[in-house]
Design a protein around this ligand. Sequence first.
Ligand SMILES: *[C@@H]1O[C@H](CO)[C@@H](O)[C@H](O)[C@H]1NC(C)=O
Ligand SMILES: *[C@@H]1O[C@H](CO)[C@@H](O)[C@H](O)[C@H]1NC(C)=O
Ligand SMILES: *[C@@H]1O[C@H](CO)[C@@H](O)[C@H](O)[C@H]1NC(C)=O
Length: 389
Amino acid sequence: MAKLTLSLSLLPTLSLIARTASIVLPPINTTFATIDSHTPNLAPRVPGHYPCDCYIVSGDEPGYFTDYKFWDFRDVRLPHSLNSGAYRPSYANMWEMETIPLSQTSFKEDWQTQSWSRQETTDSTVPMVNDDANAFFAKHPNLPAASQLVLRTTRFPTHSSSAEVESQHGNYFHASIRVRMRLMSREAISRRPWDTAPDVNVVPKGACAGIFTYRSATCESDVEFLTSDPPNTIHYANQPDYDTEHDLIIPGASEVVTTVPVPWSDWVTHRMDWFENQTLWYANDDLQAVVSLSVPDRPSILAMNLWSDGGMWTGDMEMDESVYMGIEWIEVAYNTSTAGDMPVETGQRHRMRPSKRTRRDPHEKRQTSGHEARERCEKPCYLDKMQRY
Ligand SMILES: *[C@@H]1O[C@H](CO)[C@@H](O)[C@H](O)[C@H]1NC(C)=O
Ligand SMILES: *[C@@H]1O[C@H](CO)[C@@H](O)[C@H](O)[C@H]1NC(C)=O
Ligand SMILES: *[C@@H]1O[C@H](CO)[C@@H](O)[C@H](O)[C@H]1NC(C)=O
């Protein structure tokens, strides 16, 4: 078979290569197609044995990524409730006993739960406390025998308890990030897959969920979901999108889309493509926003959070209310750069971001595979043409 060598000068011919290269891939297993739609397909989209040299995503921006990772949260073994014999709690409470914190699973090797906190300010009236207990695995409310990663935020009388999960690695440098997630009310997450009653999901107002890359307050891309917004509204931004000195939105750094075809109260694959000169956001493969201003230009961490601080951005939650962010999986095709050796900046003031961050682990693992040196891509894999999830 002819060797395909991708170099920058060949990039305009990618579509031709796409057709040729698909022959290189082993055939997609047809057994997946016969499984009934309620059974999750637990295989990663790009199985480990596929001989991929690089990963190409759909969309206009040319370019390929050298690395790929898929974290599947649907197959985590959960503890059985030990209390069920002693008394009979309602199912609404029982599912919370059959959970395991993220920090007690092997996923902690790649994802670290945050526990920093932030005092109230003139802008945000409620102290916010990130708690390790707010990132955990639980039963999936809609898929039998499946699990999900859950981020939770709860409004207590004295503070808001919130969740943030950050990648251990801070060397992501350009990436296509996909997160399959749903924002849920307590009622929706307490549901059992076989319940026949309607899947009501009225998410309490006052919380913000985010998926983002982060290096500093001025080097960040994010997608944010405000539960005070209608569920078809999503905020997409490269930071800073706000000029605090002049109290002005920076034109062109962000887009608020109010017509996203799928609501964040349903399971949706949210995708953020971070390229050299552009950030693009998709919801279930539909392009929603493109921003070319303030594109992050330094290696970064990946992160997800769910929080509330009573401020202008999130609003305030009602006492004792909780919002849940269920995540089925995270998939990322990415490049790395060792220029990210210095730790992620701490102590930055940010309108939407915490002002205090935990110091990063000084023993942070680094990739030493020398991907920067690899210039050829002989066997590309096409992320958006692979088997269904
Ligand atoms: C595809 O199916 C064959 C035959 O059933 C099996 O041996 C192989 O492991 C499957 N491959 C994947 C990727 O599931
Ligand atoms: C990823 O890295 C490869 C190898 O250095 C480079 O050729 C490619 O353009 C990079 N992709 C993006 C999207 O920046
Ligand atoms: C990004 O923009 C810079 C400056 O305009 C340009 O030199 C470079 O070729 C662009 N990169 C891509 C991948 O378009």
